[in-house]
Design a protein around this ligand. Structure first.
Ligand SMILES: Cc1ncc(COP(=O)(O)O)c(C=O)c1O
Length: 436
């Protein structure tokens, strides 16, 4: 077997042929190793994923689907795509799976074009209440084609009032209703949404991009078990695969979805990405991964509890999944951008985030968003979450105290040393494929 993936030989060549990119790669390995990653959409992929992303599958054009391709030489690509599709259907209990979307936005757009007509109404969650750009925010191209309407969460507790969702749905008559978010720390009432969709004759979609891995690991509910028509998920967040998107749906929608992805939106699928998705979908069936998914939620609970005890104002008052949002403006008198920068200086990476109906603009919003998937992938547990909360609280109370931030940076670094990043051997910035 020949595998040059992230091998010493390939790295050696890179160092000689492009020192600038090589240096950036080494620095990024160090940054990822020595800081705590709390961006809830980020994670450390399985080391096997690096092997496949850097493999010869990168070289292959495979327009079409297994058994129906527009290029020859598909005996191995058909094998991997069939495995990826079969595993996706089994893991998510779906009638049909398409594993070709290049990213999360592309997968959602493929659903809209596959199942709807231009001008149709789509009901999704307001972005400042937790929804995602790709659910038709006015700045996106999709908003020029479809008519998006919104539901919001109720303040101050931040939960979704299904009676209000039903009222908007009955008034606007959407053809598609979306349950999905990138910053909503609560579970959806999937059965309640199914009822509303049935009442108003809409198709029902869940975008579980953030939650895909937690659903696969059995830690959260699976919308497909509640009769959803379509479910989309990115493959690189809690799922710990390569960057990409996946569409799961009822069998009856399969042909339309496939046609929308190819030839509707994309050309050649990224077969190295699909090979890595296939392997990811095998790895998430292990007991180890199920334990990981459970621990992600336990860590989020533990972090929430410690932050609340320290005076942080959590949007919705807590979390039921992997992510948390703090209103830094009310709790600490600082905007999210200030908090993000100060925490970065202390070695903790997260992102500034709007809060529901935020009075501040998106670049200087009132909150921060963070989550536990990446820290948990390093093996951190509830004891580390207590320490992390303590560091975060000290930063948020004194974001301009540079001496304190430097001291806390050392505390973070020491903590990280005890929990190596999967796929990076500490002190040897190379050979990721050799790591456990
Ligand atoms: C809910 C949701 N949908 C879609 C996407 C888009 O994914 P991508 O960045 O891969 O296009 C994201 C990414 O953050 C997301 O959180």
């Amino acid at each position: 077997m020949t595998n040059f993936t992230y091998s010493a030989a390939a790295l050696d060549r890179l160092q000689k042929s492009d020192a600038e990119i090589f240096d950036a790669l080494m620095h990024e390995e160090t940054r990822q190793s020595e800081g705590i990653e709390l961006i809830p959409s980020e994670n450390y992929c399985f080391p096997e994923v690096y092997a496949l992303l850097g493999s010869v599958f990168n070289n292959k054009y495979s327009e079409g689907y297994p058994g129906r391709r527009y290029y020859g030489g598909q005996e191995n690509t058909d094998t991997i795509e069939n495995l990826a599709r079969d595993r996706a259907k089994a893991v998510f209990r779906a009638g049909h799976a398409n594993v070709q979307p290049l990213s999360g936005c592309a997968m959602n757009e493929a659903v809209y074009f596959g199942l709807l007509q231009p001008g149709d109404v789509i009901l999704g969650m307001d972005l400042s209440h937790g929804g995602h750009l790709s659910h038709g925010h006015p700045v996106t191209n999709m908003a020029k084609i479809f008519k998006y309407v919104r539901y919001k969460t109720e303040q101050p507790d931040g939960h979704i009032d299904l009676d209000k969702v039903r009222a908007v749905a009955m008034e606007t008559k959407p053809k598609l209703i979306i349950c999905g978010h990138s910053s909503y720390p609560r579970e959806y009432d999937y059965a309640g949404f199914r009822k509303i969709a049935d009442e108003c004759g809409a198709l029902l979609m869940a975008d579980v991009s953030h939650l895909g891995g937690l659903i696969a690991g059995g830690a959260l509910k699976n919308p497909m078990d509640f009769g959803f028509d379509v479910m989309t998920t990115t493959t690189h967040k809690s799922l710990r695969g390569p960057r990409g998107g996946m569409i799961l749906c009822k069998k009856e929608h399969g042909a339309k979805i496939d046609k929308s992805v190819f030839p509707g939106m994309q050309g050649g699928p990224h077969m190295h990405q699909i090979a890595a998705i296939a392997t990811t979908l095998k790895l998430v069936q292990s007991q180890d991964y199920k334990n990981y998914a459970k621990q992600v939620l336990a860590n989020a609970q533990s972090l929430a509890k410690a932050l609340l005890a320290g005076g942080a104002h959590l949007v919705t008052g807590g979390t039921e999944n992997h992510l948390l949002v703090i209103n830094t403006a009310t709790g600490f008198g600082i905007t999210g951008d200030v908090a993000e920068k100060a925490l970065d200086a202390a070695g903790i990476t997260l992102n500034k985030n709007v809060i529901p109906d935020d009075p501040n603009p998106p670049m200087k919003p009132s909150g921060i968003r963070f989550g536990t998937p990446a820290a948990t992938a390093r093996g951190m547990g509830e004891a580390e979450m207590q320490q992390l909360a303590s560091i975060m609280l000290r930063v948020l109370r004194a974001p301009e105290d540079t001496a304190l931030l430097a001291k806390l940076r050392e505390e973070t670094r020491a903590m990280c040393k005890r929990f190596p990043v999967p796929g990076i051997i500490p002190g040897t910035p190379q050979t990721q494929s050799a790591a456990a």
